[in-house]
Design a protein around this ligand. Structure first.
Ligand code: AMP
Ligand code: MG
Length: 482
């Protein structure tokens, strides 16, 4: 089995970047129990059998017994939280166990989340309550199943210890896998040392690890910045196309790799509402659904500031250059977004005029409070709406589809591969969490996880997972639970 611990951030970053890495050990859990283990992912990553769903695996993922070869570290980072710069955040409740070489030849990070305090914990306890751990497991794996770049969930174990928030809650540890945990906030933290050589060393690392193709560019760091912008534009377009609301798009919660990270108070919209906000901590709606592209752009501008010394030797020239690059974001985002939305309504050769068709559908959905996911899925049924506005839109749409060479049956079949039948609806995520909290049972969690693994298949034996919440079921707020 090719399971290899490649190198650690500490070694790779060498002494110059020591301030961003700190050794730490997990705090033991008093009575670890399995909540979930992602066997498919473990196989894909080539995790040795002894670290799978075994007693040894349980002790590892609880942070109780680590093999000697693992040297856990916490990473420092800064970040703009709700627009305000915090110079020192860091992994306050996460520990990087190792960087591993997978059988596919990629390097991935394996991290425990909720395993106790680290040198970056500030006043926090370094712990995670069970609810948010189960939520992250379900939602991140659902995102992956929909083809959206994301950190993955390998394991979830309960600790047998209480975590004290507004109330005492059972604790849990999530084992998260990412192509790296480097964030916009990491670049900001590095920049705060005001050492251009360090900034360059860090950018070199990001480039080598995530964007090796930029090394051949005439201006590798400009190419790197541009590539990060491009990946984020593609990612946010995907979020928007499935109605995902991250909830806390702080710069420390945005990866440099382009993977979705830090699932806190996230949620999927049900009825289409551009102003939708679920996060209880987002009182002003800064991270509302419709604001996500603009916030991504704002965050990327902060990355540009951190990397200014790399853009050009003349500082004014550097500002001009970074500005020009970041200004590519809106166009790039729109291209991705409308291509995705076009495919969702069966248009494969998207034209400028089609944007209006898409926008009109969204406007109808907003006015009539239609379920976003189900309406898109329903369009491929071939039924005409009885309601006149939607029916008129469908007629215009069918007219457009008739200009494509594909027969309607083929278009509808393609649409069913683009529009999920099942998303992690908030009331079901909540039902799964509540069941586990109340009885220790995981049947709702497991059933929901099963249908989320094949999101484009209509779950005929479990149709309840496709139903929007009733008024009584509706969860209007989600919590970070930090
Ligand atoms: P988040 O909002 O979860 O992305 O976290 C923001 C910052 O707070 C990060 O630096 C986290 O590591 C830190 N943090 C969140 N929860 C805890 C906790 N329970 N203990 C220590 N640090 C925490
Ligand atoms: Mg975070």
């Amino acid at each position: 089995m090719s399971f290899q611990i490649q190198y650690s951030y500490a070694e790779q970053f060498a002494e110059a970047i020591q301030p961003i890495v700190a050794s730490a050990q997990p705090s033991p859990a008093s009575d670890p129990q399995w909540l979930a283990f992602n066997q498919q992912l473990a196989t894909e990553l080539g995790i040795p059998a002894c670290w799978q769903m075994t007693t040894q695996g349980l002790q590892l993922y609880a942070g109780n017994q680590l093999p000697d070869c693992l040297k856990p570290t916490a990473l420092g980072y800064a970040g703009h939280q709700f627009g305000h710069f915090v110079p020192r955040l860091g992994d306050g409740r996460a520990l990087l166990l190792a960087e591993l070489a997978t059988p596919a030849g990629t390097i991935i990070d394996v991290q425990l989340k909720g395993s106790g305090p680290t040198p970056f914990s500030r006043s926090g306890d370094g712990r995670a309550p069970l609810g948010p751990v189960l939520r992250e497991f379900l939602v991140s794996e659902a995102m992956h199943s929909m083809g959206i770049a994301t950190t993955r969930a390998l394991a979830a174990v309960s600790t047998g210890d209480w975590v004290y928030r507004e109330q005492a809650l059972p604790g849990a540890v999530l084992t998260r896998v990412a192509s790296s945990h480097l964030r916009v906030g990491t670049a900001q933290y590095i920049a705060s040392f005001n050492d251009d050589a360090l900034t360059q060393q860090f950018a070199d690392y990001v480039l080598a690890r995530h964007y090796p193709e930029c090394a051949n560019s005439a201006h590798p760091y400009q190419a790197l910045y541009s590539a990060v912008i491009e990946r984020q534009a593609a990612l946010i377009a995907q979020w928007m196309s499935v109605g995902f609301i991250h909830g806390v798009m702080n710069t420390d919660n945005m990866t440099l790799s382009g993977e979705t990270i830090d699932y806190g108070p996230c949620a999927f919209m049900e009825h289409y509402d551009p102003n939708a906000v679920f996060s209880a901590i987002d009182r002003a709606g800064r991270y509302a659904y419709k604001n996500q592209p603009a916030i991504a752009l704002w965050n990327l501008a902060r990355l540009g500031e951190a990397w200014l010394p790399l853009m050009a030797s003349d500082s004014q020239q550097a500002v001009r250059c970074a500005t020009e690059l970041v200004q590519q974001f809106p166009r790039c985002y729109e291209q991705h977004y409308y291509a995705l939305m076009g495919a969702k309504i069966g248009i494969t050769d998207i034209q400028p005029d089609d944007r209006d068709l898409i926008d009109q559908l969204l406007q109808i959905m907003a006015e009539q409070q239609l379920d976003y996911t189900n309406t898109l899925r329903w369009l491929a049924n071939g039924e005409l709406a009885t309601e006149t506005t939607l029916r008129a839109w469908q007629q215009r749409w069918l007219q457009r589809l008739s200009h494509q060479p594909l027969p309607l049956t083929a278009v509808y079949a393609a649409m069913n591969q683009r529009n999920p039948a099942v998303i992690p609806r908030n009331h079901w995520v909540q039902a799964a969490i509540s069941q586990t909290l109340e009885s220790g049972e995981l049947t709702v969690f497991n059933d929901l996880m099963t249908v989320l693994r094949t999101p484009y298949a209509m779950p005929t034996t479990a149709p309840q997972y496709t139903q929007p919440a009733t008024a009584e079921q509706r969860v209007s707020k989600t919590f970070c639970g930090t």
